[in-house]
Design a protein around this ligand. Structure first.
Ligand code: ADP
Length: 671
């Protein structure tokens, strides 16, 4: 459904908002209507894709940029699959956002990633950076590879396998696996990597995880991991004696959907080749696998990988980046980083894709933190040009701008865009920048002081919403925008209707869903007829019992706080010792960095990589020690962990889901 004009139907709630604005700011209902109606956010898609982004944004009431009708700068979001030019970063205006940070190729190209991880191994220790299989960039590293190959083959009683991948291809193209160096043939730059030959299997099928990571900011480093993701299966049973069978060894959808067994009902895996991460977690739960350490390790991988480039990425506050981390889990439950994808695919091949990616894109938009003022674009900066009935009362327009830039709360969407540090300014760029700076100065100057208490989120119940003067903040205040986002999106407080995320639409509204390739129907009950190969997950129960409890899993990130769904978010405006703590949760995005006060401090000015690593190690060690004591029951462990955390770090005020809700609602409850 495309909401083209939010004022076509005014419901009672909308009328209430207008009434409140009228009372407080002297806005006439008509002027407010015109103001809001004229302020749709506008998106621009490069090469008309991805279609899912268009669909989600249109559902949310955005308009698509049309170069014939709009001015060049009249847009709020520019989405590209490929990289932006540096001039596009330089010329970015305050109301605009881009979906890429500059210079992230250091982790998204296979050879650069291998080199950067190698560098970190050398400086921080190989045990810390042992989460990526050893890799060699050929032809340059051929001699080193040969030496390693000979050493391993001489030392190892069992076979050693390798995988060869072209450095700049994706979707499994050009990949092959070999055991004997005689089979290594390449005609372009490749990486040769140790093949993880003992993957965890489900019913004999190999799989890997696609974890979606959003870097909201590199300066300070602010990272969110989406709780929902994909599990991608190979479609033929794993077998080391047929290395050439890509349907058994590669988990890329683009490969497996062409395989002969893609549509076949496969033992436990079902049809197709994807599960949602939720389904995988249910699977782990049914096997009594304690997933906490696994997720902590995966989050560590994400953080440690980002640390390899974070200090060198230029600061660009109006950019976000969505990465796809591919993680393989081995038979010992050790997660391995295979690669980091730039612009992870947002195509919808099956039901799991629809479930995961629609929510993902919507949450990503929430993380971008747009406000109605952004919808005015240049008009927000030409207050004298707004005329007649469409003129917003001056004080009303100034108020939100004020809240954005004053007080201790310096929004990450600050109006003045700092220049990209390492890049040189051309004359034009300088002119543009000085215009921005001048604008920013005016912006600050016009604004009266703000009462920070007013920006707290108001309480609401589903049955009876009470609107107070704080309602205004919900509409205009960027902090309140974030506040509402922190709450699980299924239980959001009342946004003005045209800003509300319309996420309850049915699957049938998504274009191109292939019903024949829907996610496996989760036959988790029944007998265990599973193939019991060694690397496969051990059968700890008789089959996959689907008990009522098993469907209510704890949050991936467990800890000691209260549920986020029913309590107002506490951390958005938390400013302790002068530091602003980013929202804990935005939709299903969970903040994983900063994860405690020390990591927050270490990332504030110049990123202190050593301190961050130290904190990560401490955290993981704590979790491992809690887990190794098998005699304690889980409650005792949590109490102990909580006690140690409080005693050792005095972090009781820092909200992080690693130490977060004990039992928050499970993600995707309503999906
Ligand atoms: P691409 O960018 O072409 O998808 P990947 O590095 O993601 O390249 O590799 C494709 C697939 O090959 C992975 O999804 C995984 O199934 C398999 N794979 C890649 N590297 C390894 C490895 N070191 N060990 C085991 N399997 C691997």
């Amino acid at each position: 459904m495309h909401i083209s004009n939010p004022f076509t139907v005014l419901n009672q709630q909308t009328k209430n908002y207008i009434h409140i604005l009228h009372m407080l700011y002297g806005l006439t209902p008509n002027s407010l209507r015109c103001f809001m109606a004229a302020s749709s956010l506008v998106f621009r898609l490069h090469d008309r894709g991805p279609e899912l982004v268009r669909e989600v944004l249109l559902e949310r009431g955005w308009e698509e940029y049309d170069g014939g009708e709009r001015e060049e700068k009249d847009w709020n979001l520019y989405w590209r699959g490929s990289a932006f030019r540096s001039s596009e970063y330089h010329n970015l205006l305050p109301w605009q956002r881009l979906n890429h940070h500059p210079k992230t190729i250091g982790i998204t190209r296979k050879d650069f990633l291998a080199r950067n991880l190698g560098r970190m191994r050398a400086t921080c220790g190989s045990s810390l950076y042992d989460f990526s299989p050893n890799a060699f960039i050929l032809p340059n590293d051929y001699t080193r590879f040969l030496a390693e190959y000979k050493k391993l083959h001489a030392a190892s009683g069992s076979s050693v396998f390798w995988i060869c991948k072209p450095v700049d291809l994706s979707r499994g193209r050009g990949i092959f696996i070999f055991e004997d160096i005689k089979d290594l043939v390449y005609d372009c730059s490749v990486i040769v990597q140790r093949y993880v030959s003992d993957p965890l299997l489900i019913s004999g099928y190999k799989f890997d995880l696609r974890i979606y990571v959003c870097v909201k900011s590199f300066h300070p480093l602010t990272v969110y991991v989406h709780q929902e993701g994909l599990v991608r299966f190979a479609t033929e049973k794993y077998n080391l004696s047929s290395l050439h069978n890509l349907y058994a060894h590669l988990t890329n959808t683009s490969i497996n959907k062409l395989g002969p067994f893609y549509k076949t009902q496969k033992e436990r895996v079902g049809r197709g080749c994807k599960w949602t991460l939720s389904k995988f977690r249910h699977f782990l739960h049914s096997q009594h696998v304690d997933e906490r350490l696994l997720w902590q390790r995966i989050n560590n991988i994400v953080t440690l990988t980002l640390l390899t480039i974070a200090p060198s990425v230029p600061s660009c506050p109006n950019c976000v980046e969505l990465f796809g981390f591919d993680i393989l889990i081995d038979a010992n439950f050790k997660p391995w980083l295979l690669e980091v994808n730039y612009s992870p695919a947002l195509t919808l091949d099956c039901q799991a894709d629809i479930t995961v990616k629609k929510g993902l894109v919507s949450d990503l938009i929430d993380l971008m933190n747009y406000t109605p003022v952004d919808g005015l674009r240049e008009r927000a900066y030409q207050n004298h040009k707004c005329k007649n009935s469409c003129t917003l009362h001056k004080s009303a327009l100034q108020e939100p701008l004020l809240q954005r830039t004053t007080g201790n709360i310096q929004s990450s969407q600050t109006r003045m865009l700092p220049p990209l540090k390492p890049l040189h300014h051309s004359k034009n760029v300088n002119q543009r920048q000085s215009r921005q700076d001048a604008f920013g100065t005016n912006y600050h100057r016009r604004l009266p002081p703000v009462d920070l208490n007013r920006s707290k989120v108001f309480t609401t119940t589903a049955a009876n919403r009470t609107h107070t003067d704080k309602t205004l903040n919900l509409i205009f205040d960027p902090q309140s925008r974030t506040n509402e986002s922190v709450v699980n999106r299924h239980l959001r407080p009342g946004l003005v209707p045209w800003l509300r995320d319309n996420r309850s639409l049915h699957v049938s509204e998504v274009s191109n869903p292939d019903s024949s390739e829907t996610e496996a129907e989760g036959k988790l009950s029944g007998e265990s007829d599973v193939c019991s190969r060694k690397p496969e997950i051990a059968q700890r129960t008789t089959g996959f019992r689907r008990s009522a409890v098993s469907w209510k899993l704890p949050n991936i990130y467990s800890g000691s706080h209260a549920s986020t769904a029913t309590t107002p978010p506490s951390d958005v405006t938390t400013i302790t010792t002068g530091q602003r703590i980013p929202p804990l949760r935005v939709g299903d995005f969970i903040r994983t960095f900063p994860f405690n006060r020390a990591s927050l401090k270490a990332s504030q000015h110049k990123l202190d990589v050593k301190s961050v690593i130290h904190e990560l190690q401490k955290t993981t060690a704590r979790l491992i020690s809690a887990q190794s004591d098998k005699t304690k029951n889980r409650r005792e462990e949590e109490e102990e962990e909580e006690r140690r955390t409080t005693e050792s770090d005095h972090e009781e005020e820092f909200d992080s889901l690693f130490w977060g809700p004990t039992d928050p609602p499970f993600i995707s409850q309503s999906r």
